[in-house]
Write a protein that binds this ligand. Structure first.
Ligand code: UDP
Ligand code: MG
Length: 332
């Protein structure tokens, strides 16, 4: 039953290998939300952790009870999918997301909710102005990515990657997340709301104390691919065919010219074109690249359609563990 209170809030936390953080996280949420004057729930999604995260969450639920809901995924589906699982289960009019590693500070949430309502936003993005992560490995790539995304998409934010965000649920639920798309949520949200309804606010950020970051250089590559996809969808979503059609025509013309030249070399100048194998290789590679790009875009379009029409589930839930008495939510 969705609560009718305009400030009813669902806090979604994806967790993978956060056994050491889980209980403390739930405790901090309760401290941060102690004076929250509307119904709220925290939805912890265990993303197939092998390290006892689920057990820790169940203990936390025993201790804190009624506000805590646990979604157990069948295996590790990744942060984006875990977030989507939590969002699907959210009953609040507002949804907050944050990381389960205590790097975001739950104390920021009530203030952010007030700010979102005050500024009449659909999304309030946290901005880790004092980010406590490795400079070269994490902060620098993020900086470049943020600049790129802002430029490409026209959604001007400083820190897309900050998980701490507050949304209006009805708007967020119009977006389906997949891949590593949690990094670009504001961009997708911008697709369903006006730019002036997306804002940002500076938030606290702590260094990771327990456990370790799941992201290394290998994920950076996937992010680049996702960034490309974001780019193509924003630029060419109406007529992607036109763009690739033009490339096709251009390459075709080029190929035609090359072929004419080769034929001329053979029949007019009487030389043997078998002496230019590199040429064939070059053409072959060009054509192959084109094929790959085109196929990639088509696949990307299909993926998008698949997930966007709400049926494509990129995760499987094993179990939902509700608190014994769901009282506080209904009877507030
Ligand atoms: N996470 C997840 N599934 C994964 C990887 C990460 O649910 O496959 C969660 C993780 O537990 C954390 C959040 O996503 O709550 C962000 O992950 P992490 O702290 O490793 O990323 P970083 O802060 O280093 O970007
Ligand atoms: Mg983290």
């Amino acid at each position: 039953m969705p609560a009718s209170h305009p400030k009813s809030l669902s806090i979604v936390i994806p967790m993978y290998k956060e056994a050491e953080n889980a209980q403390l996280m739930v405790e901090r949420i309760h401290q941060g939300l102690a004076d929250y004057n509307a119904p709220w729930e925290v939805i912890c999604v265990d993303d197939g952790s092998p390290d006892g995260t689920l057990k820790a969450l169940q203990n936390a639920q025993k201790t804190f009870g009624q506000h805590v809901r646990i979604i157990e995924l069948q295996r590790n589906f990744g942060q984006t999918a875990a977030m989507q699982a939590g969002i699907d289960a959210a009953r609040g009019n507002l949804i907050a997301t944050l990381d389960g590693d205590l790097q975001n500070d739950p104390n920021d949430i009530p203030r952010m909710v007030d700010e979102l309502i005050e500024r009449d936003l659909d999304l309030l993005q946290g901005w880790r102005k004092n980010r406590q992560d490795a400079a070269i490995k994490r902060k620098l790539p993020s900086r470049i990515a943020n600049k790129l995304i802002a430029r490409i998409t026209g959604v001007k934010l400083h820190d897309y990657g900050c998980s701490l965000k507050i949304y209006r649920a009805n708007v967020l639920k119009q977006v389906r997340l997949f891949g590593e798309m949690h990094r670009f949520i504001p961009v997708w949200v911008a697709g369903v709301t006006a730019p002036h309804r997306i804002g940002e606010t500076v938030v606290t950020h702590h260094a990771r104390q327990f456990g370790e970051s799941k992201y290394g250089i290998s994920r950076t590559f996937r992010v680049i691919i996702d960034l490309l996809s974001v780019f193509f969808f924003l630029r060419y979503k109406a007529r992607p065919g036109h763009f690739f059609g033009s490339i096709g025509l251009f390459t075709g013309a080029l190929g035609g010219l090359l072929m004419t030249w080769l034929l001329a070399v053979k029949f007019i100048f009487g030389e043997d074109i078998g002496h230019r194998p590199m040429l064939s290789v070059a053409i072959l590679m060009l054509v192959m690249a084109l094929q790959f790009i085109t196929t990639g875009v088509v696949a990307e379009m299909l993926t998008r359609i698949f997930f966007q029409n709400n049926k494509g589930k990129n995760f499987v839930v094993r179990n939902i563990c509700e608190p014994e008495e769901g009282q506080s939510w209904q009877n507030y």
